[in-house]
Design a protein around this ligand. Sequence first.
Ligand SMILES: NC(=O)c1ccc[n+]([C@@H]2O[C@H](COP(=O)([O-])OP(=O)(O)OC[C@H]3O[C@@H](n4cnc5c(N)ncnc54)[C@H](O)[C@@H]3O)[C@@H](O)[C@H]2O)c1
Length: 251
Amino acid sequence: MAGRFEKQPILISGAGRGLGEGIAKHLASEGAIIGIVDIKGQSAMEVAEAINDAGGCAYSYGADCGSRAAFMEAAQDFASDAGPLRAVINNASVLVYEPIEAVTEETLDTMLSAGLKSVFWGVQAFLASRDEDAPGNILNYSSPVAYRGRPNTGAYTTIKAGIAGLTKVLAGELGPRGIRVNAIAPGSVPTPATEGFVTPEQYEQRAKNIPLRRNGTVEDVAQAAAFLLSDEASFINGAMLAVDGGIIAAG
Ligand SMILES: NC(=O)c1ccc[n+]([C@@H]2O[C@H](COP(=O)([O-])OP(=O)(O)OC[C@H]3O[C@@H](n4cnc5c(N)ncnc54)[C@H](O)[C@@H]3O)[C@@H](O)[C@H]2O)c1
């Protein structure tokens, strides 16, 4: 498979399903060597197998990305398997919507660890295992909720707003080292994460309120993410790209 990312090792957190799986398969179809790291090692292995069966190249690592040591080790293993890293995609997340009084210490720790600490460790893992002779890329998955105050999304919104802020900080901090740092804000895309929180009827209702009158797809997000990682975006740094059919713009 040939394409814009020919033989580039790209590590993706939480790529065992959902949007992470989508970008993994898309980048593999454009020639990237994919490292899939997910707390569910079996899911990571299955996605890697599917990519390899389709003629691409992928490796899988079962690891908790909220653990610095585990994420660093997975990145080192991937660099040994595939060569020094060209990019990391910080996609892992645990989604829970609930009223503020219902948030327990356990839920908050799990969400912060999977969704926010993992971004710090992903960046550190990338810096430790990156290809110093090539431009680098960090892509973080934020959300339209970072711009708004939707009730019952306290923990999730805090994490996604934190990622939006960290992306800007790192664009300034790492830009001089030839590393672009951007974020993506996917809007209303049915994935396994949203089952149980958004019903099919609610998705239908959402589509009526989205300016483009439909929900997003995994491939919509993968294409936009691939653009940000590509040389076509070589002067884009510190951006938050909305892939949401116009939700953020129209309110
Ligand atoms: N689906 C949407 O509509 C939407 C909208 C906005 C933003 N996002 C963001 O996109 C990203 C992917 O979302 P999704 O809907 O595909 O989610 P998902 O829950 O389907 O997938 C998340 C993956 O992360 C893995 N994971 C969880 N904790 C982990 C940990 N500690 N270490 C390693 N892996 C871990 C899970 O096993 C799972 O495979 C998330 O950052 C999410 O916040 C999604």
